[in-house]
Ligand binder design. Structure first.
Ligand SMILES: Cc1cc2nc3c(=O)[nH]c(=O)nc-3n(C[C@H](O)[C@H](O)[C@H](O)COP(=O)(O)OP(=O)(O)OC[C@H]3O[C@@H](n4cnc5c(N)ncnc54)[C@H](O)[C@@H]3O)c2cc1C
Length: 429
């Protein structure tokens, strides 16, 4: 187990890795990045590869946040993507859609460039629990197949799906061989090492407590200060920095995962012989896959209260057994959770405050792709390549009015909970 991380299977299996000292004293940088998750690490790689002097400050340890705890499902796009066409037109939507492929390509390139062993496995199955969801999935499949015929789509009816994943719980699904899954904490640690190899300076255990804007931005921790031309706020929903312009633009949701003890190879082969990642189409979805050492990692149960369930296993194991009742009696070795950012406008929050404070956050459950992509988009924008940045930054951010007031943020959070409840009821129909 790695000290300082939540007790996840990821921390258990990440292996020995580099540690980075806390910030001490005053330092200068072109860019100071706040947050060592996918957004910050990807930006650090892009900027350091472009020859910029980068200092990255992480409050805890690399990958401590959502990036090192998530379901590891490498999926493209984001939850509100259909809104892009509705509000900003077909051309904008097409440009964004194509860009999300670049997120996958970028991750694969970095895995190769920096020789990151993070168990990358191809194949992601989206499965429906009701005929209504399947009809919508089938429509999506036809669209993808006509737009991107070479990306490896395959539609499965109930029978073929049951043969593929050893359960008749679902009525059909769509396989995408361009998506897949990976060990997210190993990817974070590999990206940090890659960025450091390009000259980025990383400090763990260095929570930022204040940002003073200006032509040179001053970023303070308890024992140090970075004076930088640019600052990138890549701290997801965890930071408590009073950035008024972003207050009320997103809420935080909790999501939870259990890991079973390793299963025998022959059992795994009856459940999921191709080792696909699987996710159902419900608004609050169940997502699951096999780990490289033969466990089932099963996630779901989003909540907005911020309270961790007393027993994650008690919430999730019954759901796992609904999918694979043949696992009755299986032992759970790890349980953990994390928080993800849900933007009120459903479009990831990528933008800039004033001339030189940049931010990227709010990818709901798609942050493996989107976090890496957003970091790269922001890094490129800081070195002057604005096109990709503008596609996101131009889209207005929805905010709870007066969202810097905690009572109004609380009301916004309750509104999201109610909306989710409505969709959960609809998902059963
Ligand atoms: C349980 C769970 C399952 C998920 N499953 C999936 C999935 O299967 N597929 C998928 O694509 N997405 C998934 N997601 C979402 C995805 O993990 C996130 O969208 C993504 O990791 C966010 O990356 P990030 O870099 O913005 O934030 P984070 O990874 O949260 O990183 C932010 C970092 O900033 C640091 N920080 C905060 N405040 C400060 C400060 N003041 N000073 C310095 N550092 C600070 C934090 O310590 C943290 O390490 C899941 C999320 C969770 C929680």
């Amino acid at each position: 187990m790695q000290a300082g991380y939540p007790a996840s299977w990821y921390a258990h299996s990440a292996g020995v890795h580099d540690q980075y000292p806390a910030l001490n004293g005053e330092h200068q940088a072109d860019v100071c990045i706040i947050g060592g998750g996918f957004t910050g690490l990807s930006a650090a790689c892009t900027l350091a590869e472009a020859g910029r002097e980068v200092i990255l400050l992480e409050a805890h340890q690399i990958g401590w946040g959502a990036s090192g705890r998530n379901g590891g499902q490498l999926i493209r796009g984001f939850v509100g993507q259909e809104k892009v066409e509705k509000y900003w037109g077909a051309n904008h939507a097409k440009a964004i859609d194509e860009l999300t492929w670049a997120g996958h390509d970028l991750i694969r390139k970095r895995i190769d460039d920096y020789d990151i062993n993070c168990d990358l496995t191809p194949g992601w199955l989206e499965v429906a629990t009701t005929p209504r969801q399947l009809a919508s999935l089938y429509h999506h499949y036809n669209e993808m197949e006509s737009q991107y015929p070479d990306r490896g789509w395959h539609y499965m009816g109930a029978e073929e799906l049951a043969e593929t994943i050893g359960t008749d719980r679902f009525v059909g699904g769509v396989l995408s061989m361009s998506d897949g899954h990976l060990h997210p904490l190993k990817l974070c640690l590999g990206l940090a090492k890659g960025a450091a190899s390009q000259g980025a300076i990383i400090h763990e255990h260095s929570p930022v407590i204040e940002i003073k804007p200006g032509e040179k931005v001053r970023v303070f921790t308890a024992d140090g200060e970075v004076v930088a031309n640019h600052v990138l706020l890549a701290a997801n929903v965890h930071h408590h920095l009073p950035v008024r312009e972003l207050a009320g633009a997103s809420s935080a949701a909790g999501s939870y995962i259990i890991a079973t003890e390793p299963l025998q190879e022959d059992v795994l082969n009856t459940l999921n012989p191709n080792r696909y990642a699987i996710c159902d189409t419900k608004t609050v979805c169940d997502y699951f896959r096999m780990s490289s050492d033969g466990r089932v990692l099963f996630g779901g149960r989003v909540n907005y209260s911020g309270r961790k369930p007393a027993s994650i296993q008690a919430k999730l194991l019954p759901r796992l057994l609904k999918v694979w009742p043949q696992l009755e009696g299986v032992k759970i070795s790890h349980e953990w959770g994390g928080r993800l950012g849900v933007p009120y406008g459903q479009v990831p929050l990528i933008g800039k405050l004033g001339g030189n404070i940049w931010y990227g956050a709010g990818y709901t459950g798609h942050g493996v792709n989107m976090g890496n992509l957003a970091g790269d988009i922001l890094g490129r924008a800081i070195v002057g390549e604005q096109d990709r940045f503008d596609l996101f930054a131009q889209m207005p951010k929805r905010r709870v009015p007066l969202g810097h007031l905690s009572c109004l943020r609380w009301l916004g959070q309750q509104a999201v909970s109610l909306a989710i409840l409505y969709y959960r009821i609809r998902d059963r129909l």
